[in-house]
Design a binder for this molecule. Structure first.
Ligand code: ADP
Ligand code: MG
Length: 470
């Protein structure tokens, strides 16, 4: 055993547990008894891996909450007592999860190290330690499909369901942060593990790939490293943009990639940009990545956001008024992760103080988040976009002209300003050539009325909204 193994061995067990109980006691003083009881006490420490302390928590909800509110603090406190700790990871582990997760080896993957779940199919298989854990919630069933992601979803399903040659190689999924790339990759892995348990699926982040590779170099183990990667049937590398500019890792990845493709093994890659837009990537790797199917996930639409919220609220089993869901779908537009986070916050906060969830409490709990989202669309953006769309002069947004051809677009712009920003009616009026707030109110009513009467009109307004939000 070389000293490099210490993260796995030396710090596991009691050391880490003792450190946690010290840190936990300290946090209790900082956050108070109630929060400590609700969030910190249920966390079970599982060990240290790759410089990150792993915890098991009973629900996904709890995981998200702890990640959002305490993880950073915990990591900081920990680094102060044990420099080997660079961060914390939370795994969801509960009876409920185990039951819901796909059968068989699936449960093994969610189990934290040290837990006693066994999998007779591949005992002690190296892949269990190599493949990153899969989130049991990230299945195809839990993935809400809409226009922005239907292509990526369909392509992922094709790959997951294929039993012979890969339908396309690689499948390259790309899109902005929080739009579902990792979810789809986990879904593919779950599906294959559940239906074709003989196939070896290896899922890991590009960052981890690099980490492993560097460790193999250091330990002069590159032959084993190559062996391990080249014996998988399905290799999934998440967030490949991470290895941009990292030349030797790219080189190794390129060879692994080629070796697997030549043997007809499936490769699935994700990134935040299309292959050609990835900077700091070698040409030959880019052209390889472009060879299969490139599927992008677009920014969410209102309908998709609402669908996702409905599905998440149902999963949480908490009654959330539909109005609140609609409100969140309108206002939290950045990505799905933020949307989920907002819903979690609203629910958690209401539960903590034991109040019903309403539009009012929602606005209150999410004040900061809503403000941040608002900054994204300004009244000026709206005026520009709307006047361009209806082919009227920008000046007509402020002018006195009342002819229908300019008054209607102006009303739509006011309506959108009300919907998409947090400006008050008087503020909006002022920005439209110093109009009165009753004029804005009238515009909002008028547009609402027209939307309900005229389908084409409603679509037009919706289109404008989407363009402004994306
Ligand atoms: P990415 O990897 O693209 O940054 P993730 O896959 O991690 O994004 O998605 C962020 C969060 O949003 C995850 O919790 C994921 O389950 C959820 N999510 C994203 N898209 C959808 C969807 N279409 N339906 C349900 N949940 C989704
Ligand atoms: Mg991801």
């Amino acid at each position: 055993m070389t000293s490099d193994k210490t993260p796995a061995a030396g710090f596991a067990g009691t050391d880490i547990e003792n450190q946690w109980s010290d840190i936990c006691a300290r946090l209790r003083g900082e956050v108070g008894d109630t929060a400590w009881q609700s969030w910190l006490k249920p966390m079970a420490v599982r060990g240290l891996e790759d410089g990150r302390v792993r915890f098991a928590v009973p629900t996904r909800f709890m995981r998200d909450w702890v990640l959002a509110h305490y993880a950073e603090r915990i990591a900081k406190l920990w680094a102060a007592v044990n420099p080997a700790v660079g961060g914390v990871d939370l795994l969801v582990q509960s009876d409920r999860v185990a039951v819901k997760a796909p059968a068989g080896p699936a449960i093994k993957a969610v189990a934290a190290p040290g837990s006693a779940t066994s999998d007779s199919a591949t005992p002690g298989d190296w892949r269990d330690s190599l493949s990153a854990p899969l989130d049991p919630h990230n299945t195809f069933d839990a993935f809400v499909v809409g226009k922005p992601n239907e292509f990526a979803n369909a392509a992922s399903k094709r790959v997951a369901e294929a039993t012979k040659a890969p339908p396309f190689n690689p499948l390259f999924l790309y899109g902005g942060v929080g739009l579902g790339k990792t979810h789809l990759m986990h879904a593919i892995a779950w599906h294959i593990r559940a239906n074709q348990s003989k196939r070896n699926v290896l899922y890991m982040s590009a960052e981890k790939f690099m980490y492993r590779f560097i460790r193999a170099l250091r330990e002069q183990n590159t032959v084993d490293f190559k062996e391990q990667f080249r014996s998988v049937d399905v290799l999934m590398i998440d967030d490949v943009q991470f290895i941009a500019g990292k030349e030797s890792t790219q080189e190794e990845f390129f060879h692994t990639f080629n070796a697997l493709v030549d043997q007809g093994r499936q490769i699935v890659i994700s990134a935040d940009k299309s292959p050609s837009d990835l900077e700091g990537m070698e040409e030959r790797l880019i052209s390889r990545l472009n060879c299969g199917l490139v599927a992008d996930i677009h920014a969410t639409t209102y309908e998709l956001r609402l669908g996702i919220l409905e599905s998440k609220a149902e999963q949480m089993g908490v009654p959330v008024p539909h109005k609140v869901l609609e409100f969140l779908a309108h206002r939290i537009t950045a990505n799905v992760r933020e949307l989920e986070g907002a819903l979690n916050r609203v629910v958690a906060q209401a539960q903590l103080v034991n109040r019903e969830i309403s539009l009012e409490t929602t606005q209150d709990y999410l004040k900061d988040l809503l403000r941040a989202n608002d900054r994204r669309v300004t009244i000026e953006d709206i005026q520009k976009r709307v006047s361009a769309h209806f082919n009227v002069r920008l000046a007509d947004m402020f002018s006195e002209r009342r002819s229908r051809s300019v008054a209607r677009p102006r009303q739509i712009a006011m309506y959108l300003a009300k919907q998409l920003t947090q400006r008050s009616l008087p503020e909006i009026g002022r920005k439209f050539g110093g109009r009165d707030h009753t004029t804005v109110m009238h515009a909002v009513r008028k547009v609402d009325e027209l939307r309900s009467q005229d389908q084409a009109f409603a679509e037009d307004v919706e289109l404008l909204r989407r363009m402004l939000e994306s």
